[in-house]
Write a protein that binds this ligand. Structure first.
Ligand code: NI
Length: 227
């Protein structure tokens, strides 16, 4: 399931994040890639765990916390601190699958990456190329969103970033361990949640049908969730 989430960050938050990144050092993106991904990866990143990454990441984590669509789509159990990448002219990331298991910095714990998120930090008119291409069971999807918008996709999917031919593309990316490991089940719950919101916008909450659907959602979540 691919879910686009508009306006995760307000324009002033995009500006604040960019301001932090502008004053930071960029390092070779191969540092955080596994063996196969490293050979496919040609980009720059802010160093993981650096003060800049933590500060800018906190702005994003706060925004995610108040975003009902992200929470409904990802059903997050744990979110890794956001990372930041940059593709200048000539840079790209060939097709790869994100690593399944990630260390949680400073926690002495590992987590499973179920959901990948890319949050765009550059307006599309700032660069040519740099499309995120995600392959799922329905084919290949090309994604290029306004600054502050995000795309959520299964970490199991093959994806790539096409070569930049002009300008510079800045983005944040991060992984979420979901309470629901299976993408198909997550999609069912997301659709059901959206339908319930729709019904609740026209019917009072004490209608037996509304109550029944809400119960059904929570009981499915209870049945499937792994904490
Ligand atoms: Ni990736």
């Amino acid at each position: 399931m691919l879910v686009q989430i508009p306006d995760v960050l307000k324009p002033e938050e995009v500006a604040a994040v960019r301001n932090i990144l502008e004053q930071s050092a960029w390092v070779d993106g191969k540092e955080t890639a596994g063996e196969q991904a490293a050979s496919a990866k040609h980009n720059l990143q802010i160093r993981e765990g650096s003060k800049a990454a933590m500060e800018a990441g906190d702005i994003i984590l706060r925004a995610l916390g108040r975003n009902p669509t992200f929470n409904s789509a990802a059903l997050p159990l744990r979110v890794l601190p956001p990372l930041f990448n940059r593709y200048d002219a000539g840079m790209k990331f060939h097709a790869h699958v994100d690593g399944a298991i990630r260390a949680i910095p400073g926690a002495g714990m590992r987590m499973r990456a179920d959901v990948s998120t890319t949050l765009f930090l550059s307006p599309p008119e700032d660069y040519d190329g740099g499309e995120l291409v995600i392959v799922d069971t329905y084919g290949s999807h090309t994604v290029k969103l306004p600054a502050g918008h995000a795309i959520v996709y299964p970490s199991t999917s093959l994806h790539s970033v096409t070569e930049i031919t002009r300008g510079s593309r800045w983005a944040s990316f991060f992984w979420t361990q979901s309470m629901i490991k299976d993408d198909g089940r997550r999609a069912l719950l997301f659709d059901l949640d959206a339908a319930i919101r729709d019904v609740r916008s026209v019917l009072p909450d004490d209608q037996p049908g509304v109550l029944g659907l809400s119960s059904h959602y929570h009981n499915l979540l209870r049945h499937w969730a792994e904490l």
